[in-house]
Design a protein around this ligand. Structure first.
Ligand SMILES: [Zn+2]
Length: 273
């Protein structure tokens, strides 16, 4: 049975707080869990507000770095920060989530993501291991760091000497790019037959017509999991009721998918569940 993993990169100071209540409402209504990868700086500014909103066993809270700097070279977004700066991005980012939520953090999603995640970057994986992180979700892009990303399964970084660190990729369009909120190179020809963006999506149905196909395709192929890359700020600025997520969660239930979080899925992969 294909798992649906809802995940939200929470990063934008302007819209993060206003976007969360409708999103949380939907997840509570359907009792579907979600992972929030949260940028540390938001917690520095408004930690108690985030805790009040997200402190629920339904929600898995992990780190989206301290300030969304590039942790590896990215073709569209520029060069990686130094290893010293990465220490802060990883260490302070994790610590802020742990301090605010009083929960252990074991997962990291770096800003933007990279083709093949941290493959070939053992010096970066060393920092990740040293800070006690057990998994990353860094493989969020297609060929040449383009978008969308294919529906890759999870893997470990054994080839780089870090077989204890799991990569759990994110899939599909990054929702902000699909909506045209962020200009970006996209891969052509499409990596799946259906993976063409709707032309100038104007309604939540236009968005669902594309994103819904990704989860249907994952189920048709019997994949282990699918996890679309979504951002509260982008969801909220397109539609303040966040109906895109409503449609996706309903569709996932119709497809008899199971629901889990990144951390719970990691525990299954690592044999801890
Ligand atoms: Zn991000």
């Amino acid at each position: 049975m294909t798992r649906y993993i809802a995940a939200y990169d929470t990063e934008n100071i302007d819209h993060a707080l206003e976007a969360l209540p409708p999103l949380i409402h939907l997840h509570r209504k359907y009792e579907i869990p979600a992972t929030f990868f949260v940028v540390g700086r938001l917690l520095e500014q408004d930690g108690p507000k985030y805790r009040e909103l997200l402190d629920d066993p339904l929600f898995d809270i992990q780190t989206h770095t301290y300030s969304h700097q590039m942790l590896k070279d990215s073709r569209p977004h520029g060069p990686a920060v130094s290893l010293e700066e990465m220490e802060i991005e990883v260490g302070r980012g994790k610590q802020l989530v742990e301090d605010v939520f009083e929960r252990e953090v074991i997962g990291l999603r770096p800003g933007c993501g990279f083709e093949n995640g941290f493959t070939g970057a053992p010096e970066r994986l060393e920092i990740i291991r040293r800070h006690g992180l057990k998994y990353v979700s860094a493989d969020l892009r297609g060929p040449l760091d383009a978008i969308p990303a294919s529906m890759k399964p999870a893997y470990t970084y054994e080839a780089d000497g870090y077989g204890d660190i799991w990569e759990i990729p994110g899939h599909g369009w990054h929702d902000n790019v699909l909506k045209g909120a962020t200009g970006h190179i996209t891969f052509f020809p499409p990596i799946y037959e259906f993976a063409m963006p709707p032309k100038n999506p104007e309604t939540v149905v236009d968005i669902f017509a594309q994103e819904g196909r990704w989860i249907e395709h994952a189920v048709e192929l019997g994949l282990d999991f699918v996890s679309l890359v979504q951002h509260p700020w982008s969801l909220c600025s397109f539609d303040e009721k966040i109906s895109t997520i409503d449609l996706l969660l309903v569709r996932a239930q119709q497809l008899d998918m199971t629901f889990t979080t990144y951390t719970q899925y990691y525990r299954e992969l690592a044999g801890e569940a």
